[in-house]
Design a protein around this ligand. Structure first.
Ligand code: SF4
Length: 527
């Protein structure tokens, strides 16, 4: 099926929950409407044309527009066709100012030969994911010429014809560029807020006014914390914002009290009766229910029609006083409210970032050599509504007591309130952070491989990933570009992988779909 608005239809197959496992054509399962899908396709074609017209001589302002445009089209980021069209117009104006060039029609975006369409779509979705990381790094003052150049190269490549081998080469090259982008964001986060330290986070919401912050943008949280200092308004993280509690420069604010709720797909239930405003800093925004629509605040590229949006001024400053006043007006709970995670736990621990893991490397290596740790599992990635995602809870519960579960991103809310005990000084579940902290996990794996004088694929380490949106795509491509083998992925395979493309990934990298926790654990540990 080709893309966009033929007879009011649309086409989108970029995320795991796509309709029928093939593509959303009438409306997005995520809530995206055909007109918004169309505006996003037009925006994408404008970005491809702008990249082509720039070639190697790109300018920063134009790359910034491409980064914002790509991030805007990530699943559950913008439901506002009007603002998407405004951004497309800006990109068009930039393209015309640079000489015009040719633009393809949006109906050509997801068209053509199945394998080529699959490979082109995979690159586009990977670029959308990488744009989110580049956006966060830029806000903290970091950019990298190689990464910026790859946005231009990759987007321009989408508008050209390539052989299957050329597309595969581009995907592997892209994986390397995304590693660099994640390193840039790692440096931006740790350079701005310090290296995360292990931190136990309460799930109780204390009485009095409060604000819930969700998404990934630590800079937005920093601004909100600075503006709530001394105001008597507490701040609670939600979903992917949990790892913020590990950063010294954020946790120094005493009003950053704890964490509320679980992963993004539960927000309609979790936000329904909350006496507090909620701030979305990035994806994942679900279409808000009427019952809490007036408590929704968005910022940056997140938008929903009619919801209150907070823009940065020319200096990047954001004024959150409306959100703070709203919290004071609502007043919060009259008494402390104890909440739990998905398994009944009353706290979650985070902050086992790259540096903490590397600082503890000698003790970890000793534990492996002594046989106290038999295997590491990296169980991470996105959460989602699909019932089969209970696999990840069951998998973690069934991991043997002499194994360690590293985790990152919001898939961890399936199990991060479980108490699985400890091996020596190490809890058996170690939360390494947000999805972009896959970079840190890669660095730790490389360091361990160096210490054991083996390759990463020879380590007693298995990656068991859950995917939902496009950041998972860019991370997967990075892992494959590093030659990491035998990754388990679920809960389903991407609809945009054609059979032939999937066969390449299986043959070359041993990529495999999850089956059951029992089967997969037996296969992994029986090796
Ligand atoms: Fe469908 Fe996912 Fe696209 Fe939304 S983002 S329209 S759910 S494929």
């Amino acid at each position: 099926m080709d893309s966009t608005v033929k007879n009011g239809q649309m086409f989108c197959f970029q995320c795991q929950q796509t309709a029928m496992g093939t593509g959303c054509t009438v409306a997005g399962v995520c809530g995206k409407k055909p007109d918004v899908a169309h505006e996003q396709d037009v925006l994408t074609c404008e970005m491809i044309a702008l990249a082509a017209v720039m070639g190697n001589k790109y300018e920063n302002a134009a790359v910034d527009l491409i980064v914002d445009g790509l991030f805007t089209t990530v699943t559950n980021t913008s439901f506002d066709g009007e603002s998407v069209a405004v951004l497309a117009d800006k990109i068009k104006a930039k393209r015309l100012a640079l000489g015009g060039g040719e633009i393809m029609g949006p109906d050509r975006l997801f068209h053509g030969n199945g394998d080529i369409r699959s490979l082109r779509s995979t690159l586009l979705f990977g670029l959308r994911g990488m744009a989110a990381y580049a956006h966060h790094a830029r806000i903290l003052g970091r950019r990298d010429a190689e990464v910026d150049g790859w946005f231009v190269k990759g987007m321009a490549a989408l508008g050209r014809e390539h052989t299957v081998d050329e597309w595969l080469g581009l995907l592997m090259e892209f994986g390397g560029a995304n590693l660099k982008c994640m390193a840039l964001l790692d440096e931006a986060n740790t350079g701005s807020y310090g290296d995360p330290v292990p931190t136990q986070v309460s799930l109780t919401v204390e009485k009095g006014p409060f604000i819930v912050v969700t998404g990934h943008d630590l800079h937005d949280l920093q601004l909100l914390l600075e503006q709530t200092d001394g105001k008597g308004v507490n701040v609670y993280t939600h979903s992917e914002m949990l790892p913020a509690h590990g950063y010294p420069e954020l946790k120094k604010h005493p009003q950053l009290k704890g964490h509320y709720g679980t992963a993004w797909q539960n927000q309609q239930k979790e936000f329904e009766n909350l006496p507090a405003p909620i701030l979305w800093t990035t994806n994942c925004l679900m279409p808000p229910k009427e019952s809490y629509a007036d408590r929704v605040y968005t910022t940056a590229v997140v938008r929903h029609p009619g919801k209150q949006h907070i823009e940065a001024d020319a200096n990047g400053h954001k004024d959150f006083s409306k959100v703070i006043d709203h919290a004071i007006k609502l007043g919060g709970f009259a008494e402390d409210m104890p909440f739990t995670g998905g398994n009944g736990g009353t706290s979650m621990t985070t902050g086992f970032g790259r540096q903490t893991a590397l600082d503890n490397a000698p003790a970890i290596i000793d534990a492996v050599k002594a046989g106290a740790i038999r295997h590491f599992f990296l169980v991470g990635g996105c959460d989602g509504a699909h019932t089969s995602r209970s696999y990840y809870t069951d998998f973690v519960k069934q991991t043997p007591k002499d194994t360690v579960v590293l985790t990152l991103a919001c898939g961890k809310f399936r199990f991060n309130d479980l108490d699985l005990g400890a091996i020596g000084p190490f809890p058996r579940i170690l939360d390494m952070g947000q999805c972009n902290d896959a970079y840190g996990a890669i660095q730790v794996a490389i360091a361990l491989a160096g210490a054991f004088q083996c390759g990463v694929n020879d380590l007693p380490l298995t990656l068991v990933l859950s995917w939902y949106e496009q950041k998972a795509v860019c991370i997967l491509l990075t892992l494959l570009s590093l030659g990491i083998q035998n990754i388990y992925i679920g809960p389903s395979l991407p609809a945009f992988f054609s059979e032939a493309v999937l066969n390449v990934l299986v043959d070359k990298f041993g990529l495999r779909l999850i089956t059951t926790p029992e089967n997969d654990l037996a296969e992994i540990l029986g090796k």
